[in-house]
Ligand binder design. Structure first.
Ligand code: UT7
Length: 327
């Protein structure tokens, strides 16, 4: 039998501070009604001044380790998906390794924006299958509030902070990750990006005055591409495994916009009661959204042994990805 990898435990962490739509109404020209209707978001969590991406990932990873009954020294690789790393370098995975005391692990980061967790899971799955690693910690963590332009109502109402983590090991039966598919299209890089702070537009007084260090998004165009590509990649993943959408127990989508989630579920003919939604509480947490949603689904008993679960994500790059898991 072909070796598979499987997720043996999960954890998640959300910062304590809640920022509701009604509080945002007082900050800028927006309304709870607009945000709720256009996105489904009601509130989001905001990291405090002392919390960077590795701090959020640390909290989520501790829980995942504890639930697996493992110590930090049992991990041999750490992959962190983030676009809001603590610093341009070193990697956030190195900060996380140090905080956990995971002295036997190597670590690196993956930047695939909102698809980052599934890209990281793809790598973890390949490394387990090849026998290169035996126990991998994959974390998706974002402190998006730190790169959000709080004067731009078209983006600032969308994002939130949080982290999720999973531990991946070889499977000893036919459960586990059945397949993961990843895609990129760099031609559409400008639909969602942060123009400043890299080698293209290094940080300077002028880059800061032009607010280049904040997220820019062409929301409407992004929306249309998202719906199309998510349907395509979800169907491709299901077809590859000869599973009909009706055979899915659960769909765990990236939490960007309720209308995107509904449109994708509609196209796949998956009823909404089989779809995990938590963006009303957390907004779009980019690379953290799927591992947080997966953790909440598990903790609330919505996942049973033998269930087929489809994960799907779309984000900056552009990138998109999906994974089919037999739990
Ligand atoms: O996670 C990675 C991928 N990201 C996404 O998938 C995001 C995809 N895009 C979206 O979720 C949606 O496009 C948005 C929620 C960002 C925007 O929704 P929309 O229905 O596409 O609205 P729009 O951008 O076409 O804007 C409609 C109107 C505009 O006013 P006019 O020009 O029609 O007068 C905006 O200025 O809504 C206005 N508007 C707002 N009004 C109140 C934009 N933002 C706000 C706001 N409050 N926060």
């Amino acid at each position: 039998m072909l070796l598979r990898s499987r997720i043996i435990s999960t954890g998640s962490y959300l910062p304590e501070k809640v920022l509701s739509n009604s509080e945002m109404e007082k900050m800028l020209d927006t309304s709870d009604e607009w945000i709720t209707e256009r996105t489904g978001i009601k509130e989001r969590r905001i990291a405090d001044n002392t919390q960077a991406a590795s701090d959020l990932a640390f909290e989520a990873s501790k829980i995942a380790l504890e639930r697996a009954g493992l110590g930090p020294e049992d991990i041999d690789l750490i992959i962190v998906a983030t676009i809001t790393g603590d610093m341009p370098f070193p990697s956030t995975a190195c900060f996380l390794q140090d905080k956990l005391g995971a002295t036997n692990a190597a670590g690196f980061d993956i930047n695939a924006a909102c698809s980052g967790f599934l890209y990281s899971l793809y790598i973890a799955d390949s490394f387990i299958k090849s026998g290169m690693h035996r126990r991998i910690l994959v974390a998706g963590t974002e402190a998006l509030s730190k790169i959000t332009d709080w004067d731009d109502r078209t983006t600032c109402v969308l994002f939130g902070d949080g982290a999720g983590a999973v531990i991946v090991e070889p499977s000893n039966d036919d459960s586990g990750i059945l397949s993961i598919h990843i895609n990129s299209d760099g031609k559409m890089w400008d639909l969602i990006h942060v123009p400043g702070g890299g080698s293209r537009n290094p940080a300077s007084q002028s880059s800061i005055e032009q607010r280049l260090h904040y997220i820019k998004m062409k929301g409407n165009e992004t929306f249309k591409v998202a719906v199309r590509t998510l349907e395509d990649i979800a169907l491709k993943t299901l077809q590859e495994n000869n599973i009909d959408p009706s055979g899915l127990s659960l769909l765990i989508p990236h939490q960007a916009n309720l209308r995107i989630i509904q449109a994708t579920a509609d196209r796949l003919k998956v009823p909404m009661d089989k779809v995990i939604i938590n963006l009303d509480k957390y907004g779009n947490t980019s690379a953290a959204s799927i591992p947080i949603a997966l953790d909440e689904a598990l903790q609330s008993g919505r996942i049973k042994e033998g269930d087929y679960i489809l994960l799907e994500a779309f984000g900056g790059g552009l990138t998109w990805a999906s994974a089919l898991i037999k739990w």
